[in-house]
Ligand binder design. Structure first.
Ligand SMILES: Cc1cc2nc3c(=O)[nH]c(=O)nc-3n(C[C@H](O)[C@H](O)[C@H](O)COP(=O)(O)OP(=O)(O)OC[C@H]3O[C@@H](n4cnc5c(N)ncnc54)[C@H](O)[C@@H]3O)c2cc1C
Length: 345
């Protein structure tokens, strides 16, 4: 049983597992508008979205997708978004492929999400393979097409290498990218990555926290965590951030494990700790896809319930371009689809 690590909220039964001025932009409205708060305003930048969640009726939920590589993948993504936007996510974020491989596609998709669904989009940007000038050009394109949030990241080392090397004239760390964005004087919303279970390349947790703080001090508005399955690790990290005076919204990143065979991959990709109990439950139903999905989704629902009771300012879902798991979790959390938007009257 996980013990509450902060005392402000009652911890639910967890089973046996142990910002700032608004951007000068007209508010959108209409049946397709999302991010609608109880006031009826549309929140667009990260500081607006997370500024005062106590006065809003819905917790801001965001959904991360990636640019598909095929036209079938595009179709599947839009089928997914057709459903997920009915849950009125505060925004949809779109990743930036390894090595900058999806640089243009990321922006095209963000533009399409904003126009097709009237939903706020956040474009990810990494330092990989780009000079400072190229990054500046990309940032200016973001602004020109009207996207108002950037997730500023360093990016991973190329496959087959252990360490990140900046290109000549490029940036070495995400805090420099945040600096670069802020040097433009924009009022863009800037998100950064956080690692409750410590970044795999970090010397130790204390140094990693110092480095995380550099991104916040450089002007990040909010931080989104790497996916994790042990809430205690997130809550301890949050306590350590608070002790360091880090006060930006820290949004947990949730990705349900939808199959036993995925555990190894998830652990090797980002080093997430997988609770033994969850692994056992998935193993017990392996090869029964529906049962595996149910186990992963149920676990994520419990994880989200506890995090919400601990007062998190939002939840960021790694949707992997699929809707089923996210939709089930949001339904269970009472964050149901809007009838007008889903066509149910
Ligand atoms: C929410 C989220 C979204 C992501 N989206 C993408 C994406 O779209 N595309 C993609 O390619 N990857 C993405 N990633 C993965 C991310 O690029 C990798 O985790 C990468 O290894 C680190 O990126 P970062 O921005 O956290 O780097 P940094 O904050 O720069 O940290 C990287 C490492 O360097 C250390 N460090 C940081 N700053 C300094 C400094 N000033 N001096 C010395 N050491 C320092 C840190 O302790 C850490 O070990 C995402 C990750 C998360 C959590």
């Amino acid at each position: 049983m996980s013990q509450p690590l902060t005392s402000t909220h009652e911890t639910p039964n967890w089973g046996d597992r142990g910002w700032s001025d608004p951007v000068d932009r007209p508010a959108r409205s209409g049946a397709g508008a999302v991010g609608l708060w109880s006031t009826g305003e549309t929140m667009r930048t990260l500081p607006e979205i997370y500024c005062d969640t106590s006065s809003v009726s819905r917790l801001p939920v965001s959904v991360e997708i990636f640019p598909p590589k095929t036209s079938d993948g595009d179709q599947a993504l839009f089928d997914t978004l057709d459903l997920l936007v009915t849950y009125r996510p505060a925004f949809v974020s779109c990743t930036y492929g390894a090595g900058g491989s999806t640089r243009d596609r990321t922006l095209e998709l963000c533009q399409e999400i904003e126009s097709r669904y009237d939903t706020v989009a956040m474009a990810h940007l990494t330092c990989v393979g780009s000079t400072r000038d190229e990054l500046l050009e990309w940032i200016s394109r973001v602004r020109d097409i009207g996207i108002c949030n950037i997730m500023a990241l360093r990016g991973d080392p190329p496959r087959g290498t252990d360490s990140f090397a900046a290109v000549s004239g490029g940036l070495e760390h995400a805090n420099q990218l945040v600096d670069l964005i802020r040097s433009q004087g924009d009022r863009l919303g800037v998100g950064v990555a956080a690692y409750p279970e410590v970044h795999p390349e970090a010397v130790n947790a204390a140094v990693d926290l110092e480095n995380f703080k550099r991104k916040i001090d450089a002007g990040a508005d909010a931080a989104f965590t790497q996916l994790f399955y042990i809430n205690e690790n997130f809550l301890r990290f949050r306590d350590r951030c608070q002790a360091e005076g880090i006060s930006v919204p820290l949004i947990p990143g949730i990705m349900p494990i939808t199959g036993y065979s995925r555990i190894q991959r998830i652990a090797s990709l980002c080093g997430a700790q997988i609770p033994v109990e969850l692994a056992k439950r998935l193993e017990a139903v392996q090869d029964d896809r529906e049962a595996e999905l149910a186990v992963g989704v149920d676990y994520a629902i419990e994880q989200c319930r506890e995090l919400i009771s601990e007062g998190v300012p939002g939840i960021h879902f790694y949707a992997l371009n699929r809707s089923q798991a996210c939709a089930r979790i949001l339904d269970a959390l009472g964050h149901g689809a809007s009838p007008e938007l889903s066509g149910e009257h």
